[in-house]
Design a protein around this ligand. Structure first.
Ligand SMILES: [Zn+2]
Length: 470
């Protein structure tokens, strides 16, 4: 069975037997035009369980058929219908997809089902995987996730998904909370190529806090420092050391790092090595090395991000052996990403503590003050009803850089919206509103007028319509 890696998620193809669920009909136009996000509505079921259920009922009668292309859970993603074929995941009668996209979802959209669990952490992992998969698909098919990735609940009034999933994660049910997760991965390369930095010899310019902040930002990404055997623990150690000192470390295996003669020469200026003892307290930013009892005799290495006398929390690669699972040794890949995990101290354990930079705080303090000063008020919670007297573009955020929604959803002459606030940006005043016909889609923005008044008073302007202030 073929496997792929979509932004760090293991993807398997387990295509359904052709029948009613997978009819084999191509999408209109041959490729997806938008994506509908669903949850399974069936807590504590895995992606494979759902696909198995489809396969066991692959030819279910037409009057009760439903299907989706993809299922994602906390471990993997399973594709059961190719994304260029039709699946039956939104009611044909639902009008909103036609209104927004001028098409029925089933004819042109990918349906992605995300699993959820009574265990919040599992739900969050499934959501994170789902967000990666959605970001991958949106990029692959050139779909703007901000405007062309509704939740099922947004286009079919009797549906509650993906709200069930979002709630299981402890978030609000609005699809915007899914968008926030997708934003973390959309057009962001999670497989990061490393370029050596030009750090000064033997000294890092980073403070401990800055470095730990950087470490935390690597979570969920994959690092192949030496272009050998994909995403090993040693690669991740090297990416960090390179970030600090502009070079990696040497050793046949991770266990050699504290003893390699070349490293020890470097450590004279760059770090201090500690052997673990019962009283030793690790610090965030330490590089921790396990001895030969791990990794088939190669040891293991990770970066500490949190520590007490009882345990350490690290970020690490390849703890589960998923760093390199497919492809050639010089250009392979794996499903495991840099992951945060709690470990016990071990007897055979060494901590390498980099000599971090120390910085005067005045600089950051003055920056903070500067930021504060530049935060000028631009939004006022003034409410009213706006009736357009011309066609007006609708955007997902206030300002000329807010992405524009599909033209079917623009305001037309004589259409009205009730706005809840006004924002001054890019030479225009913008209104924040919900569509009266579809409030569950969340807030949108439209320009009310160009700013011409010298004192920028909105009530002195000429609007693109009529405003009744409330
Ligand atoms: Zn659904």
């Amino acid at each position: 069975m073929a496997t792929e890696n979509w932004k760090g998620v293991k993807v398997r193809y387990d295509l359904l037997t052709k029948g009613t669920r997978r009819y084999g009909e191509k999408l209109d136009g041959g490729k997806p035009q938008f994506i509908v996000a669903h949850d399974t509505g069936n807590p504590n079921t895995s992606a494979q369980t759902n696909v198995n259920y489809y396969e066991n009922t692959y030819n279910i009668p037409w009057n009760s058929v439903a299907s989706a292309h993809i299922f994602v859970d906390d471990k993997e993603c399973v594709v059961c219908i190719p994304t260029t074929e039709k699946a039956w995941h939104v009611l044909y009668d639902a009008p909103t997809d036609n209104l927004w996209y001028n098409k029925d979802a089933n004819d042109v959209a990918i349906g992605v089902e995300i699993c959820y669990f009574s265990d919040k952490e599992r739900s969050r992992k499934a959501l994170d995987n789902g967000a990666r998969v959605l970001a991958y698909l949106a990029e692959y098919w050139n779909i703007d996730y901000k405007t062309r990735m509704p939740g099922h609940q947004d286009i079919q009034s009797d549906k509650q998904d993906p709200g069930n999933l979002l709630q299981a994660c402890g978030y609000g049910r609005n699809t915007s909370n899914l968008d926030k997760q997708v934003a973390k991965y959309y057009k962001k390369d999670v497989k990061v190529k490393v370029t050596p930095t030009s750090a000064k010899k033997g000294a890092t310019t980073l403070t401990r806090d800055e470095f730990v902040k950087w470490l935390k930002a690597t979570e969920g990404k994959q690092y192949d420092y030496d272009m050998y055997a994909a995403f090993q623990c040693f690669d991740y150690a090297n990416v960090g050391w390179n970030k600090l000192f502009g070079h990696g470390l040497k050793g046949d295996g991770a266990k050699d790092i504290p003893f390699n003669a070349w490293n020890l020469e470097k450590f004279k200026e760059e770090a201090k090595v500690y052997k673990n003892t019962p009283k030793f307290l690790a610090k965030p930013g330490d590089l921790v090395v396990w001895g030969a009892q791990l990794g088939g005799g190669w040891g293991h290495v990770a970066w500490v991000v949190e520590a007490t006398l009882d345990y350490i929390v690290v970020i690490e690669q390849n703890w589960l052996g998923g760093g390199w699972t497919s492809g050639p040794i010089n250009n392979g890949t794996g499903w495991e990403t840099a992951t945060r995990r709690k470990h016990n101290y071990e007897t055979e354990m060494w901590f390498i503590r980099p000599n971090f930079a120390t910085k005067a705080t005045t600089n950051t303090l003055s920056n903070k003050l500067k930021d504060k000063k530049e935060e000028k008020k631009i939004t006022w919670n003034w409410k009213g009803r706006f009736v357009a007297n011309t066609t007006i573009k609708v955007r997902r955020s206030a300002g000329l850089h807010g992405s524009v929604v599909d033209s079917n959803s623009w305001l037309l002459k004589n259409q009205w919206v009730d706005f809840v606030s006004v924002t001054k940006r890019n030479g225009y005043w913008w209104a924040k509103f919900k569509y009266p016909t579809n409030p569950s889609a969340g807030y949108f923005y439209c320009a009310l007028c160009k700013i011409t008044d010298k004192q920028e008073r909105i009530k002195k302007e000429k609007y693109f319509g009529k405003i009744n202030w409330k």
